[in-house]
Design a binder for this molecule. Sequence first.
Ligand SMILES: Cc1cc2nc3c(=O)[nH]c(=O)nc-3n(C[C@H](O)[C@H](O)[C@H](O)COP(=O)(O)OP(=O)(O)OC[C@H]3O[C@@H](n4cnc5c(N)ncnc54)[C@H](O)[C@@H]3O)c2cc1C
Length: 461
Amino acid sequence: MTTLRLAIIGAGPAGIYAADILLKAERHFDVSIDLFDHLPAPYGLVRYGVAPDHPRIKGIINALRDVLDRGDIRLFGNVRYGTDITLDDLKRHYNAVIFATGAVRDADLKIPGIELEGSYGAAEFVSWFDGHPDFPRSWPLTAKEVAVIGNGNVALDVSRILAKHADDLLPTEIPDNVYQGLAESPVTDVHVFGRRGPTSVKFTPLELRELGELRDVDMIVYDEDFDYDDAARDAIATNKQVLVIDKVLNQWRKRETGQASRRLHLHFFAKPLEIVDDGTGRVGGIRWERTAPDGAGGVVGTGEIRELPIQAVYRAVGYFGSPLPGIPFDKKRGVIPNREGQVLRKADPSSGSSTWTEQMYGVYATGWIKRGPVGLIGHTKSDAMETVRHVINDSGNWWRPESPSEQSIVELLDSRGIAYTDLDGWHNLDQHELALGSAQGRVRVKVVPRDEMVNISRDEA
Ligand SMILES: Cc1cc2nc3c(=O)[nH]c(=O)nc-3n(C[C@H](O)[C@H](O)[C@H](O)COP(=O)(O)OP(=O)(O)OC[C@H]3O[C@@H](n4cnc5c(N)ncnc54)[C@H](O)[C@@H]3O)c2cc1C
């Protein structure tokens, strides 16, 4: 029986599900899978994106760990595709590769003043509070009034973490430096801005409702935002999710406020126009235009301009994928161009054509780098099914590697002096973090510095 030697780049949910699905699939060949990640620990955004106070979602890690613990997938952490290993290396050692590298950086928001000091991307802040090793350990939490631009769940995560009292995060796995930083925050008001109305938000009801349960935080919504048009009323009547969101917001309208020391404001029909300079190159305010329903589910500007003083702004307008050396990249969408996971390239790159039509044999994509940064962890499973089906059916076009043995890639990494981490290493780090946590009565305390993560994993501490 032939053996498919498969490399998967990215040990987030998409990569792990792809490996699992392939191993369980009906097929006429054996499979040997190596899973690479540039981080020393697996699980991608489940570890470094999902908020620490969402233990139920973080719990998905248990299911992913069960897959790895089965022992039929080799994990190589702390190995970056593009620098530590290249496409040529993969062609020499594998029959095919699946890229599952996700999307980690913030999409741009092109408004004047967005480059001022005190203006941040949500992804950077998330990486800080989730203890990502490649981000600064300290975060400038000096603002009393903060704006968050965006109406999706990441905007809610950022607003919640900013508004929540640090002590209420202590039982979670937040790193010590994050607790210290948040505990010193002088924040009093967090203002969330969305261009459209309450019935057009991308929040999920559960995440929205959670804001109303924060201790010592008043939810402020404004009556002027609830003058619904027919399109909004239709949305409430036909979409259960919108119905629940509307209910939650309307309950908050009736609540008494004024006692809490912090406030979380939701501004709808508010299109940010400019971040205002305080005169020293720092964020001093936000200027926005009031919008109005256009009758067809969208909005139009009204010309009415408003302004609020703020000292920091976070843009939560979406994540964006990053290009990978040797692999086609769609700069507009931030994804690897693909047809159901089969990576595509331009038939004649010199022609200037912007369409990708030709299959790049042996190369596949799954997860956020395939589809774009939308959707929940569960969606990466259906993604992976589609991609894996093509990997199986394309067996006639796989690469024919010179050195397919499992040992040869280990020798390559060793010869390059790469301090890779493996599954046993992850168990070491996991146990270490759990022990740090249990000593303090907490779920876990994350180890943040990369060298410490690697040393603990490799038992070289
Ligand atoms: C802030 C935030 C909160 C979220 N909260 C939820 C939630 O509550 N519930 C929910 O269901 N979903 C949530 N999601 C969505 C969920 O995280 C994604 O659906 C999912 O993680 C996408 O999986 P992925 O494997 O495609 O990408 P990722 O999880 O990003 O995994 C990609 C992996 O590839 C690795 N990688 C990248 N480049 C390289 C390289 N060059 N070499 C080697 N490795 C590389 C990365 O280190 C990473 O481990 C959230 C997302 C964000 C951003």
